[in-house]
Write a protein that binds this ligand. Structure first.
Ligand code: FAD
Length: 388
């Protein structure tokens, strides 16, 4: 190892969470390196649906989500323009009176928490989105929602990290981290580097990473599947979701209709993404067609599965790893593509010794081997299924 291998901080995992954290740390003055076993944003961060939707955020995370949406609105300033960001608005639909009641309750809570969402009757909703089917009895509209392009995000972060002076070690899997005096030695096969601080940002592999420090952090892995149609002329503009079922539906700028919403395929952190299951795929398509009938007859051109991390209480882990000074963790935020810029900045502020805007989420609450001290973050509001 040379002085060039000596860092203030090594971020392990180059998804959106790791990239955003490293970027803010470097801009705060730390010499940072990101170690990633594949390329930047090639796992969940590069294969997700790209939805940026306040309407589906857990209530307790609303202050964080509002911060994240503001960062997306200004993404050209701090990350770059090449991320396909579009704020086309979102509509959540209710197809029955029960759904409508649920939607009104949920939206009322989110409005009180500061989200700019309004309830609309079906005619008003159709005036905003003429392709809407005749089935909705009520809708809610958020004009600042939208989407970005996950296939561009790795390149955008790569350029921003390089400009901020962050080194990236790609194609290298970390297999051990040892404390060595006041610093850590990070082992990647035969390669080594040293860092005074470590950030674990490994998505569904956070459990393995915590074990490097003798900690047992139970991680849930959700193998969500997505599908995309052939490219067709514009059918609809907005992000479409449902009050009480799993749907995320949007037409990308290239013309493909992207459909998902948290339907599970096959895959896990050991085997990776294995494949799509046909029954959920059909259910997902039916819901999409129920909302926008014009998608009937489109040819499906690709389906895939990505691995999403989740914790038992549906809250993230963001903060210092208990009992291991100098080691931090960041991950498990629902809708992590949307939230990563803000959650990365939040952890970076704390590590840089500044006051973080909002409380972090102490991992101690989830560890199975008796961590010292427990500090609670905000409560999770909903056990609702995730809809991206
Ligand atoms: C199908 C799907 C659709 C989704 N849709 C949306 C959406 O529309 N909107 C939204 O906001 N969110 C969405 N999400 C959630 C979002 O994609 C994730 O929350 C987010 O990308 C997680 O980012 P991450 O950086 O924490 O994890 P990841 O992107 O998984 O990154 C972790 C990285 O760690 C690396 N790594 C692991 N082990 C090692 C090691 N030993 N050494 C080095 N590197 C290692 C991995 O290679 C990986 O690149 C979706 C998720 C999925 C799966």
């Amino acid at each position: 190892m040379t002085a060039a291998d000596d860092y203030d901080v090594a971020v392990i995992g180059g998804g959106v969470t790791g990239c955003a954290t490293a970027l803010h740390l470097a801009r705060g003055g730390m010499r940072a390196v990101v170690v990633e076993r594949r390329g930047l944003c090639m796992e969940a961060s590069g294969v997700n649906a790209g939805s940026l939707c306040l309407q589906i955020k857990p209530l307790a995370l609303m202050p964080y989500a509002l911060g994240a949406m503001e960062m997306w609105r200004t993404t050209g300033k701090w990350l770059g323009n090449e991320v396909g960001f579009q704020a086309k608005g979102s509509l959540m639909l209710a197809f029955s009176d029960d759904d409508a009641e649920l939607l009104e309750t949920r939206i009322g809570e989110r409005r009180r928490a500061g989200a700019p969402i309004e309830i609309l009757g079906p005619d008003a909703a159709r005036r905003l989105e003429p392709a809407l089917s005749r089935r909705p009895v009520l809708a809610s509209h958020c004009p600042i929602d939208g989407f970005a392009d996950p296939t561009q995000i790795g390149h955008a972060y790569g350029a921003a990290l390089a400009e901020a002076g962050v080194d990236t070690r790609l194609g290298l899997a970390v297999d051990a981290i040892d404390r060595d005096g006041g610093a850590f030695t990070v082992a990647m096969g035969e390669d080594r580097l040293r860092a005074r601080r470590i950030v674990l940002a490994g998505g569904v592999w956070l459990g393995e990473m915590a074990r490097w420090f003798g900690l047992d952090l139970p991680v849930l892995c959700r193998p969500y599947q997505l599908l995309i149609s052939e490219r067709v002329p514009r059918l609809f503009d907005m992000f479409i979701g449902l009050a009480s079922a799993r749907l995320s539906l949007k037409q990308l700028s290239g013309g493909g209709v992207l459909i998902g919403g948290g339907w599970e395929g096959i895959g896990d952190h050991k085997r990776g993404s294995i494949g799509v299951l046909p029954a959920p795929l059909v259910g997902n398509l039916r819901l999409a067609h129920h909302a926008i009938s014009a998608i009937a007859g489109l040819r499906l051109i690709r389906t895939w599965v990505g691995l999403e991390v989740e914790f038992a209480d549906a809250r993230p882990v963001i903060g210092a790893l208990p009992g291991v000074e100098g080691v931090f963790i960041n991950g498990g935020t629902r809708s992590g593509f949307t939230m990563a810029p803000y959650m990365g900045r939040l952890l970076a502020e704390r590590m840089l010794g500044r006051e973080a805007e909002l409380p972090l989420f102490n991992p101690a609450r989830l560890l199975r081997n008796d961590p010292p001290g427990k500090e609670q973050g905000p409560d999770s509001a909903s056990g609702r299924p995730p809809v991206h």
